[in-house]
Design a protein around this ligand. Sequence first.
Ligand code: F6R
Length: 244
Amino acid sequence: MNIIILDTYKELSIRGAGFFIQTLASNPTAVLGLATGSTPIGVYQQLIEQYQAGQLDFSAVTTFNLDEYIGLHRDHPQSYYSFMQQELFQHINISPDRIHVPSGVEDNFGAHCQWYEDAIIAAGGIDLQILGIGTDGHIAFNEPGTALGSRTHLTDLDQQTIIDNARFFDSADNVPRRAITMGVATIMDAREVILLATGENKAVAIQAAIESPVGSECTASALQNHPNVTFLLDPAAASLLTNQ
Ligand code: F6R
């Protein structure tokens, strides 16, 4: 487990983007695992800048996003599909048929979850997965109590997550209560993982992820067993770590 502490969000975003740049330099057909939320936006901005400067080519890249809200059509402004279009996809030369975001509107979610897992395998597995972390220690929407062996599944969002994500909606009442998410085991299969966290409100989750025994109460703790994981933290998010 590598832990890198950087002073500013900009530095963290540049370092995070560096992992993508390196992956694409060695493999232009890489499979990238992507996250939504506030934290990775700076990384995506860096990638857009590098693309606009002619330094990056996404034409042969395949992507898989971590999660989506149940009940939101992909055209809904708050869907994670819309988020990815706005924050990354519409600014780069990625081929639309290589973009995968789980669907929040399906008749048969069981079949869709299995399709998502199969599609990741068919693409050759995820080369580099970027993650944020919830204040409750979730990765993707694997809330406390989720089995560490879980695969893509439907889940109820914790009250804390609903409150945390209310900032993207008019009010907490409008935050969907359910989501479809890659499982912990799906994430653990990625060949490389980076987890970004900033701010004091992530310090407890980061301490649990890195220093508590591995367990489903903090699903990010599973990453302690990943062979190639890097935590990119700012000093506030790292502030409760005993071994800095
Ligand atoms: C997003 C996701 C979530 C977020 C987490 C942190 O696709 O899977 O696990 O990474 O909730 O969100 P932010 O970055 O907004 O603090």
